[in-house]
Design a protein around this ligand. Structure first.
Ligand SMILES: [Zn+2]
Length: 247
């Protein structure tokens, strides 16, 4: 049984993900809860989402703009009051070099989050390269952001080193924390996910057969939060690996 439940809602949170919709699928209800309680929630989307279609003839520059608009609408549906930042790396081709680490550190120094949420880079048997590398960028970006000798050129523009107090990793290899959420937060998570209209077929409705896909999708989302909440004995929840001792 997981006994770590609910950190104090932070003043500012930054959720850092590979693609539009990852934040909402993994932490949407937590982000909705915190927004409801006054947290300023910011998003950082690392890739441009340009591979998010099964249509080989799709206009990818149009898709990129569509997915940006969907992400902004989803953040609004969560009640997020922060900004949505886009790093714009090519979908499926994320690398972890000093250039990308500097870009992530720069956003952390700008937003100054108390809590960062991201992919768990240590999750075993994960196939998608962007999810692994977005997790690495998150961890490396945090380490760089807090130390004045990493990318000191950023500090000449008035930015300062910044040290978050908590890191929450979603889809954790080893779950050790649950954020409990309310029905209203689940509803906002589902509304936010429905904002990604271009992804319904390829992602939201994937492997849902026999029935109205939207209804099945909503039921599956509810079941996920029931299952994750039960790990800590709460009704509805989202599961994470929490790290505070190295920050
Ligand atoms: Zn993704």
């Amino acid at each position: 049984m997981i006994t770590s439940i609910d950190i104090d809602p932070p003043d500012r949170a930054l959720v850092m993900v590979a693609h539009p919709d990852d934040a909402e699928f993994q932490a949407g209800a937590t982000l909705a809860k915190w927004s409801r309680l006054g947290t300023e929630v910011h998003h950082l989307i690392i890739t441009d989402g340009s591979k998010g279609t099964w249509n080989p003839d799709a206009d990818t520059s149009e898709l990129i703009e569509t997915r940006k608009a969907e992400q902004r609408n989803a953040a609004a549906a969560l009640g997020a009051t922060g900004e949505v930042h886009f790093l714009g790396l090519v979908d499926g081709e994320v690398s972890v070099t000093p250039t990308e680490i500097a870009a992530v550190a720069n956003v952390i120094r700008l937003v100054k989050p108390d809590v960062v949420i991201g992919h768990d880079p240590w999750k075993r048997y994960r196939l998608h390269p962007d999810h692994r590398r977005a997790g690495e960028l998150c961890v490396e970006g945090i380490v760089a952001a807090r130390d004045p000798h990493f990318f000191p050129e950023q500090l000449k523009d008035g930015l300062e080193p910044h040290r978050p107090s908590t890191l929450l990793l979603f889809e954790p290899d080893e779950a050790n924390h649950v954020e409990s959420v309310q029905e209203v937060d689940l509803a906002k998570r589902i509304s936010a996910l429905e904002a990604f209209a271009s992804q319904l077929e390829t992602t939201h409705f994937y492997k849902l057969d026999d029935g109205d896909p939207m209804q099945l999708f909503r039921e599956r989302e509810r079941q996920r939060l029931l299952d994750q909440g039960s790990l800590a004995g709460v009704e509805l929840g989202e599961v994470f690996h929490v790290i505070t001792d190295q920050l």
